[in-house]
Design a protein around this ligand. Structure first.
Ligand SMILES: Nc1ncnc2c1ncn2[C@@H]1O[C@H](COP(=O)(O)OP(=O)(O)OP(=O)(O)O)[C@@H](O)[C@H]1O
Length: 683
């Protein structure tokens, strides 16, 4: 208890450093207290000098004495009036205690306020901590909880922590502690308030930001749904427009194609009148088709006939002149006056010769014209066939295949296929649709064979991407007996039609075509999976609208497997192909031929020869069957060049290399591609 008083006093002295007498008083009091406590075990009256009655009187109750003992205030000259002093002092202490409690209560209020302010901050911090420590959630939460409990312990003592003693008095020691703690808090209040103001401002601005963000989110959502609706409308509109567009485009294409069809038929009629037509000839029960020449050819032929007659008449006249001249020379003439002088004979003969020369020129002109007519006739016959095939086709009614390809006019008909010009309504470009039809009369086995063959061709062709190879875009089934391959459309004529129109090409033109064919072949031989085309011929060389040469039709192509030896792979489809263009090894019946890219080198050599000289070097006028029967190609050991037209030695040399009879000596595609004639370089 004495220690408490000392503590209270020292706390008081600390809190009131302006009282300089306080340490001295404290020392005195300590000393007196020490004396009192020691005399308390003896008679107090002796110690205090009180009357004897008080000596025999029982000692005062300890509680009161204790109260007196607790009185700390003293001075050196108080000794005589000690009791009075203690009473006064007790009153002062009580007053001080009351002040302290009031101050503490005030401090508690301030602290509580601070705690109230701190708590949200603390909670926010805790939640921030929580967020930060999410991966180790358990640990983070426990630490933050610890932090919060500590703060509340320090700043917010509950009623139980007010340390009220058993007699209802507040524990003074505890109060002093609290005061010591609260004092610095009081000093920080301003800072706290400032901080709180800042935090409140921050909260307000964050709330404002949040409000704005919410507003923005609402706006965005509104905009999103609006755009979504617009997009939906647009898509619907686009779909409608697309359908309309497709309808308009296909209607336009159909009307153009119909007009083209009409024009084609009208031209045929006109040309037929001029060049000829197919008539029917009946021989017994046999009805066969025959060609009847048109008026222009008839006129031409009659001109030629009359020229021939004139020529023959002049020849006859010349003969008789010569006869007369020789008889006159022999002196057989009876009438000297009627005799013709030598000079006249010479003159007459010269006239005849001159007339004959002019007839020959005329005749040559007519013959050239007739050749031209023949070419026109050939074109007319092909066009007639095309129109007839178109009229007989079941795809001639402008169908849209696979919801995409609008079929227009027939380009031509092959062995088992019809090729239509078509319009791709998705890519908006022209394509060629090749319709492979299975004959309904075929056996199931034959159908399966055909499908296997076509699929093989399709699988090879679809992997080929090169400017000099016709692209294969798409394949799909049309119906049970038909499937379609969609090819790059080549609007130019094929080389076969070109050579039929102009059998001899200028060397420059022939060279650029063969160079492009070899570029395509080099591509086929540089891939990891090498390919032998095996059916190179003018009909399989197409031209696009700007004249780029493109190789097509991979129906007979062979894939060269990796394990094939240097001599080549076995030819399993002997007999297939177009014989004018195949090399001798393909006709060897004594063993299964081994073939390589050298087959295509031979075919290219034949085509270059044909372009330059207007005919094929071997079996030009022969049928396929005759070529086989007469072993024409097996005997084609040496190529001969006509004197006309004049062709460069470099071109002839290249042809010779390509048409090397011995397969082993013939260069392959990659080797021949190094020939200077096939390389364009600035001189
Ligand atoms: N991609 C194409 N672009 C333009 N016309 C083409 C295209 N493909 C083929 N043709 C033309 O279509 C016609 C028929 O071609 P197709 O390949 O079916 O016949 P073919 O080669 O004469 O016969 P086969 O394939 O039986 O030997 C030919 O006149 C050809 O020029």
């Amino acid at each position: 208890m004495a220690d408490d008083i000392v503590l209270q006093l020292s706390a008081k002295s600390n809190s009131n450093p302006s009282d300089p007498s306080l340490p001295a008083k404290l020392a005195k009091l300590e000393a007196r207290m020490a004396g009192k406590s020691s005399s308390s075990s003896n008679s107090p009256s002796v110690q205090t000098g009180w009357p004897s009655s008080s000596v025999i009187a029982p000692p005062p109750p300890p509680v009161k004495f204790m109260e007196q003992e607790e009185l700390p205030e003293s001075s050196s000259d108080d000794d005589d009036n000690g009791e009075e002093f203690l009473i006064q002092h007790n009153k002062r202490i009580k007053l001080q205690e009351n002040d302290t409690v009031r101050a503490l209560q005030q401090s508690e209020t301030v602290v509580e306020e601070k705690v109230k302010v701190l708590e949200p901050v603390d909670t926010r911090q805790n939640s921030e901590d929580l967020k930060r420590k999410k991966p180790g959630r358990g640990r983070g939460r426990s630490s933050s909880c610890r932090g919060r409990s500590k703060t509340s312990d320090q700043t917010k003592p509950g009623p139980s922590s007010l340390h009220v003693s058993s007699n209802g008095q507040m524990d003074k020691h505890y109060l002093m502690e609290q005061m010591a703690k609260v004092a610095p808090a009081n000093n920080d209040t301003a800072n706290f308030q400032e901080e709180v103001t800042l935090l409140r401002g921050r909260v307000a601005s964050l709330e404002e930001e949040l409000r704005k963000s919410r507003q923005e989110k609402d706006d965005c959502q509104r905009l999103y749904s609006q755009l979504e609706k617009e997009l939906k409308d647009y898509k619907e509109h686009d779909q409608q427009m697309k359908t309309k567009r497709i309808k308009i485009v296909s209607d336009l294409l159909i009307s153009v194609s119909k007009a083209e069809r009409q024009e084609a038929r009208m031209r045929i009629r006109q040309e037929s009148f001029r060049l000829g037509n197919v008539g029917v000839m009946r021989a017994g029960t046999l009805i066969s088709e025959v060609w009847e020449d048109g008026q222009a050819i008839k006129d031409l032929n009659s001109h030629l006939k009359s020229l021939l007659e004139t020529k023959e008449a002049i020849e006859r006249h010349r003969k008789s002149l010569r006869k007369r001249q020789s008889s006159e020379n022999r002196g057989d003439g009876s009438d000297a006056e009627a005799s013709t002088s030598e000079e006249d004979f010479l003159l007459q003969d010269e006239i005849c010769k001159s007339r004959l020369a002019s007839i020959k020129r005329e005749e040559e002109n007519y013959l050239r014209e007739r050749d031209r007519y023949e070419l026109e006739k050939g074109r007319l016959i092909r066009e007639m066939k095309r129109v007839r095939d178109e009229d007989g086709s079941r795809f001639n009614n402008f169908q849209i295949l696979n919801h995409r390809y609008a079929l227009l006019n027939l380009l031509g008909k092959g062995g088992f296929s019809e090729v239509y010009k078509a319009f791709d309504l998705v890519e908006y470009k022209y394509v060629a649709c090749k319709l492979h039809g299975l004959n309904a009369q075929w056996s199931e086995e034959k159908k399966q064979n055909y499908i296997r063959h076509a699929l093989r061709e399709n699988n090879i062709h679809k992997t080929l991407v090169h400017p000099n190879i016709v692209r294969l875009w798409d394949t799909f089934e049309v119906d049970h007996n038909t499937f379609c391959t969609v090819l790059e459309y080549c609007s130019g004529k094929d080389l076969d039609a070109t050579l039929k129109a102009t059998p001899v090409l200028p060397e420059k033109e022939a060279r650029i075509i063969i160079v492009q064919i070899f570029q395509g072949l080099v591509y086929l031989n540089k891939r990891s999976q090498r390919i032998i085309h095996y059916d190179l011929k003018p009909g399989n060389v197409l031209f696009d609208e700007v004249g780029v040469t493109k190789v097509t039709d991979f129906g007979l192509s062979k894939i060269v497997e990796d394990d094939v030896g240097s001599q080549g792979m076995e030819l399993t489809s002997q007999g297939a192909g177009t014989y004018w263009y195949l090399p001798p090894e393909c006709f060897d019946l004594s063993k299964t031929p081994l073939i390589s890219s050298k087959v295509d080198v031979w075919s290219a050599g034949i085509m270059l020869y044909q372009m330059l000289f207007g005919k094929r070097p071997f079996g030009h006028d022969q049928t396929q069957e005759r070529i086989l029967r007469e072993d024409t190609i097996i005997n084609a050991r040496r190529v001969e060049f006509p004197s006309k037209p004049v062709v460069s030695n470099e071109a002839k040399e290249l042809i010779r290399k390509c048409l090397t009879y011995n397969q082993a000596e013939r260069p392959d595609v990659l080797t021949i591609a190094q020939d200077p004639y096939l390389i364009y370089s600035k001189k």
